[in-house]
Design a protein around this ligand. Structure first.
Ligand code: SAH
Ligand code: SF4
Length: 392
């Protein structure tokens, strides 16, 4: 990849096509969308708010998968719901479990597209890494997702659906009548799967509103981290309209190198990015920003880079997440040597920043950061076949 490479790749962008004649799923809908759906089956306006509240709790708090279980609704109304809607989730095409307990789900969504979600269990928490797009239009040269040529934005429902699928699979829904279990298996959500979340801002925001809602999934905004390659105009909106924690795919300390690694830097360079980041913690009332830094041998991993990094971010409350490069077939880079990563970490640490080195998780199932790329593009179907299916 050269510095002149385009910021976004030449992709086939697919519109979303709902299965014809199929019933619509209520899973993943926002309160407003659910109210609208209920109005369509004739739910009187004065009842709508209450009905949404009831169904909402069944779907997002109890995780029920059929309308018959919604015992506080009249039998006739349950039948009416059942005739018009489903509670279907994205379909699990495959589930792989790594030696370290990481689970990778390949999910099929409308139009036959596929996305991946990854569950990473840790000692005191469990993190679900969700996707925001099928593929990614950006072309970061070290990222496998960036080589996928089919792209479509996920709907809010499909983003929320990933969380519900993981909870289903982990058996995490509460049992009515049993004491509340305070340990959450899916305790954190990171928008670090496939796609650039800030190129799908509205759907990501709506989805996170559902995930944060106290009467449902109830995952606090401090347990949600959105990772962006640096879509500067949307960063202030993220602070104002979502208020979650922010991670930045920083990866380089000069514009020359960042232009090559993260080509969106040619549009919004390091200075422009850092300027907008300075305001983020105040607007979102969060403590610090995570700077992600992938360690690429002889590209961005020198002691001089570490010192430049520290100088650049001076004044921003920050943590630096060092990510040893995860290889994928045909990748043009190598992982930095361990001693190099430690030396880099040491300089950052001595400057007063936490500098954890991220242990690659789920490498044996290609579930680590930057390795996700769905089979949609791996040749299972031709572009023409997929286009025919989606009416593109
Ligand atoms: N598109 C968003 C979120 C998804 S990527 C973004 O770029 O921030 C999640 C993180 O993994 C990003 O920091 C990304 O730069 C990093 N990453 C991508 N490919 C990687 C690889 N092969 N090895 C290690 N990290 C990688
Ligand atoms: Fe897209 Fe993020 Fe990969 Fe860059 S690192 S290509 S923005 S998914």
């Amino acid at each position: 990849m050269t510095a002149n490479a385009p910021i976004t790749q030449d992709v086939l962008t697919l519109p979303r096509k709902l299965p014809e004649g199929g019933k619509r799923s209520l899973v993943g809908l926002t309160r407003a969308q659910m109210a609208e759906a209920l109005a369509q089956i004739g739910t009187p306006e004065r009842q709508a708010k209450m009905r949404v509240g009831q169904i909402w709790q069944w779907v997002y708090h109890w995780g029920v998968q059929d309308f018959a279980s919604m015992t506080n609704l009249a039998k006739g109304y349950r039948d009416q719901l059942d005739a018009a809607f489903t509670l279907d989730r994205p379909e699990i095409v495959s589930r792989q479990v790594s030696e370290d307990g990481t689970r990778k789900y390949l999910l099929r969504i409308a139009g036959g597209h596929e996305v991946e979600a990854v569950y990473i269990p840790e000692e005191n928490r469990g993190t679900l890494c969700v996707s925001s797009q099928v593929g990614c239009t950006l072309t970061c040269s070290f990222c496998h997702t960036g080589t996928q040529k089919l792209v479509r934005n996920l709907t809010a429902a499909e983003i929320v659906g990933q969380v519900l699928v993981a909870r289903d699979d982990l058996g995490e829904w509460p049992e009515p009548g049993t004491p509340k279990n305070e340990t959450r298996l899916v305790s954190n959500v990171v928008l670090m799967g496939m796609g650039e979340p800030l190129y799908n801002f509205d759907n990501v925001r709506d989805a996170m509103k559902v995930v944060m809602d106290g009467e449902g999934l109830s995952i606090s905004r401090r347990r949600i981290t959105l990772s962006t390659s640096g879509v500067v105009p949307e960063i202030a909106r993220t602070a104002e309209e979502i208020g979650c924690l922010l991670a930045i795919s920083f990866h380089a300390t000069t514009d020359e190198v960042r232009d090559k690694l993260v080509p969106i830097n040619k549009r919004w360079n390091i200075k422009t990015l850092l300027d907008v980041l300075r305001d983020y913690p105040r607007i979102s009332n969060s403590e610090r920003i995570t700077f992600e830094y992938v360690m690429l041998k002889d590209v961005n991993d020198s002691d001089a880079d570490a010192r430049r990094l520290v100088r650049l971010i001076a004044g921003i409350p920050a943590k630096i997440n060092l990510i040893p490069f995860n290889e994928w077939p045909g990748a043009p880079y190598q992982r930095s040597d361990w001693a190099r990563i430690e030396s880099f970490a040491d300089i950052v640490h001595k400057a007063g920043y936490a500098s954890p080195i991220r242990t690659p998780r789920g490498e044996d199932i290609m579930a680590a950061c930057g390795q996700l790329k769905s089979a949609t593009e791996r040749g299972r179907q031709s572009r023409a076949e997929i286009a025919a299916q989606t009416g593109a």
